[in-house]
Design a protein around this ligand. Sequence first.
Ligand code: HEC
Length: 195
Amino acid sequence: MMNESDPLLLDHEVDGIRELDNKLPRWWVWLFYGTIAFSIGYLVYYHVLGAGPLMAEEYEREMKAGAAAKAAAMSRFEANIASLEPSQDAAVLESGRQLFTTLCAPCHRMDGGGLVGPNLTDDYWIHGSTFADNVRVIWDGVPAKGMITWKNNLRPDQILAVASYIYTLRGAKLETPGKPPENQAPVDTGPSIYE
Ligand code: HEC
């Protein structure tokens, strides 16, 4: 119940609602003054003096650092292509198989027998027969001939995985063998795991 003689009671009233003029706790008031002081400091530091980076600038800076790290990782991978070996790791090959099924099969056929893109199971290679040759073609693509430049879309570890997977297709006995290219000599790519 409200006491009419309460010294905190203000004398206005709306629809029976009255107001008590309670004192705010000192700690709260000082916290409030603190935020005002902080905001002045913040305004002067960032917007008047321009002494610190604003959000947009921080974003730009981090994106640039990210791009530099990516470029460094890509050139590290590129420099090492010649010495790469196909992975035997089951998890890597499985992720390679999935990548191949979604990204490569439309042109190279599900079993690697070739459609628009050449047969990847036979002994005919346009761009060289080694594992490193394959990685190089996948990495750089052959844009003029319709083979996509995968370094723009895939990470190095994904390219390694899909290249390792297609390496397991070499020599596969396909139900409908892919057509060998015309006017081209086969290269011996070593023993097949299917023989
Ligand atoms: C849009 C169609 C297309 C897609 C998708 C595609 N390729 Fe190709 N690929 C080609 C063509 C066309 C060539 C032949 C290029 C040439 O004639 O120089 C080729 C060539 C290659 C070669 C070299 C073959 C050789 O004889 O030297 C490899 C390896 C290869 N592709 C792997 C892949 C992998 C792995 C993927 C998926 C990540 C992929 N390709 C996706 C069209 C494609």
